[in-house]
Design a protein around this ligand. Structure first.
Ligand SMILES: [Cu+2]
Length: 355
């Protein structure tokens, strides 16, 4: 069962694995496919990657700065909130021409400058190299964070001074500004300052995730009096990769409404009996009808808000258009497990008991 769950992990993980260059070893693919790396990363985020001692006030030329992409409370299947922060830590940084920024991903993210056109899937592969020398160039890390490893961007010494905006293509609203200053200019902050800012923000975000999780655990009913499950719960910067409640008991013939209306930064699915071995895009298509008897597949397909659907540039793809509500009527008694096809590897699964 565990193997089945960890196989899919994130859509982005399996898609990234498919796009790996020839010569990538099986072991490397396995690393990408296993969430073990995300677990290790989660530990990093709690202790913090920012443990460097205070530096001198001046910054030597060619300095490498540290930015953490995302944060996570826990990714295991245990009772924790499984909260994630979808933010850059710090989200604003000032550097010199010729400096670099090393991005350490906690969870799946991209580091993207001048996002290319086309659906989000096109951004899972890296493009544009690792040196930014031209403000109108595109630079994209591709999918990172499913395995260990960082992504370092070098800002060429010839790059014009100015503000450069980076985004994560996977998470609406996740952006960082980089102010590139002329070599020799006074910089407002040094590593230790950013480390303190980042650590404080990580701590605040994970506390927020915990609060949201506690609030979402309350019982819910929609306007029809039907049983309701929240598919994820978060804010503009944090998300809990869970269903609320994790176990729900309904009567035969009752309809359950699944709502992805409380989680603005993460897309999800509600998927019963999702077949093994599906293409990462295929498992995001709607499958089955509006009733479920325990046999066959019933899947919402990709659940996203209007804002997310636009952000992922999904127009023209076969994915459901900006859908945040999925209803399913249970016609037979039984105990039915379901998963989010995107986050089951992170522990996003739950049960419906029909009596
Ligand atoms: Cu999910």
């Amino acid at each position: 069962m565990l193997a089945l769950r960890t196989r899919r992990i994130y859509l982005t993980a399996s898609a990234a694995a498919r796009m790996l260059p020839r010569g990538t070893t099986g072991g490397e693919v396995a690393m990408i496919r296993l969430v073990g790396a995300a677990t290790a990363a989660a530990v990093l985020s709690i202790s913090g990657i920012f443990t460097s001692p205070a530096l001198a006030k001046t910054v030597a030329p060619g300095h490498t700065w540290a930015v953490q992409a995302g944060s996570a409370l826990t990714f295991d299947g245990g009772p924790g909130p499984r909260g994630v922060g979808n933010r850059f830590y710090p989200a604003a940084i000032a550097i010199h021409q010729g400096d670099s920024i090393r991005f350490t991903p906690i969870g799946p993210h991209t580091i993207t400058y001048n996002r290319p056109a086309g659906p989000v899937f096109a951004m899972f592969a890296p493009s544009g190299g690792t040196t930014l020398a031209n403000p109108s160039a595109t630079l994209n890390s591709g999918f990172i964070g499913a395995g260990p490893g960082t992504f370092t961007v070098t800002f060429a010494s010839t790059l014009p001074a100015g503000r450069y905006n980076f985004i994560c293509a996977l998470h609406l609203g996740m952006k960082a500004t980089v102010d590139v200053m002329p070599a020799g200019a006074d910089l407002p902050k040094v590593d230790a300052d950013y480390a303190a800012i980042a650590q404080a923000q990580v701590t605040r975000d994970l506390a927020t995730a915990g609060r949201v999780s506690a609030a979402a655990t309350e019982d819910l009913e929609d306007e029809d009096g039907n049983a309701t499950v929240l598919v994820g719960a978060g804010t503009k910067r944090v998300s809990n990769l869970r269903f609320f409640p994790a176990a729900l008991t309904v009567r035969v013939g009752q309809t359950v409404t699944f709502l992805k209306t409380k989680d603005p930064t993460e897309p999800h699915t509600v998927s019963f009996n999702l077949p093994d071995g599906l293409d990462p895009v295929a498992e995001l298509l709607a499958m089955g009808g509006s009733t479920f008897d325990g046999k066959g597949v019933a899947s919402s397909g990709f659940l996203s808000t209007k804002e997310q659907y636009a952000y992922y540039q999904l127009n023209g793809t076969p994915l459901p258009v900006a859908m945040t509500k999925y209803s399913l009527t249970f016609t037979k008694a039984g105990d039915f497990k379901y998963v989010c096809a995107l986050h089951d590897g992170a522990g996003m699964f739950a049960e419906i008991h029909v009596r």
